[in-house]
Ligand binder design. Sequence first.
Ligand SMILES: [Fe+2]
Length: 458
Amino acid sequence: MSTTSQCTPQVELAARFGAARRRTLNLCETLTPEDMMVQSCPEASPAKWHLAHTAWFFESFVLQDFLPGCGLFNPDFPWLFNSYYLSFASFPEKRLRASFSRPGLDEILRYRQYVDDAVERLLARDAPPEALRRIELGVNHEEQHQELLLTDILHAFFTNPLRPAYRPGSQDSGASGFTTGSGAPGLASETWEGTTPRSDSGTSGTGLNLPLRFQGYLGGMFEAGHDGQGFCYDNELPRHRVWLEPFALADRLVTCGEFADFIADGGYRRHELWLSAGWDAVQSNGWHAPLYWTEADRGWTVFALRGDQPLGRLTDVPVSHMSFFEADAYARWAGYRLATEFEWEAAARTQPAAGNLLDSGRLMPAPAQAPASAGSAVGRAQFFGDCWEWTASAYLGYPGFKALPGSLGEYNGKFMSGQMVLRGGSCITPAAHIRPSYRNFFPPETRWQFSGIRLAKL
Ligand SMILES: [Fe+2]
């Protein structure tokens, strides 16, 4: 669960609750009931399950504890739609979620309405602080599942022979949502000119093809973790000091064009570029490109929520849907490395927490924009949105980490083994959901999320 150091006023929370719940339904507007049953890879869940599970969260952790007399909508739902909370109830195997043809979609939608009505009744009263904290957690949980719903649908449609588009259009569809950075006070020390890893990736068909440059940071003592303003998850605490040596980060994400050069240079066939477990993953999975890249008669295409896109039009678009192992191998091939999560956080705190997020409507990563002013290496540096950025940091508890008591303590803490931290959000992360201290985490072989690469050095 979360820790909320400063409770959001009840009225604002009610508005945010309503907006989050409506958005989940809006994201399903173009889906058929059949679409919503597909579970196409072990990581994914059907959209219908996401609809039910997010209602389950409010019913189980808010209504049952804080709304006396509120009965269960269905006595089977507490275990049926439990995901992984062992101390709360049993639950079906995850792979069986595609078999939940019953309850039907109509019943799931009635369940959501039942829960919405009850939470709104609770919010109309003088609700206790703990109830408000859990509702706020539930809203953030809902937002996480909005992103998962879209990544799961993307994978589902990729496995459909017809390759339907979730929302037809090109990467230029939707509002841009671009913001411009305001410089890098504090940690910035100097700027190094660099080059793209390969210079023969061609010119962009979609926008500026910005040279890769590095922004330097002095390092020193850095306070990592949530700063106490607004909501955060328990894994962003406690705030603590971290010593950083001088470092430099690329001023944009690695593009599809640059990653194509890695492939053309035999990147997936050269074991010396890979960590041992990464090379094993390449061999056992037959990886030869990022997840949604397909080589066809007319050249490479990249499948996206807006349907198949010619790779030739994406040369300056951030590459995504790759594992930590691929990101690490690319960085080694390019002569750089991945940032630690603390280097990333120190640099990201110098930028506005805004970018190409779900609210932009683009639904795809977007090309980097020119720096805000001549001589500035920062500009819109893509720290927030576009792609989650794999870091070189294992997902561990911060010094003094304490999971919250009770079943909600299982939200984050029990996954602190065998996973890597990703930072910054993606083009389908709700804007209200992301912040500099946010820590996402996945096993290193994970590829179905919008996960990309930022290079680091020194
Ligand atoms: Fe969940």
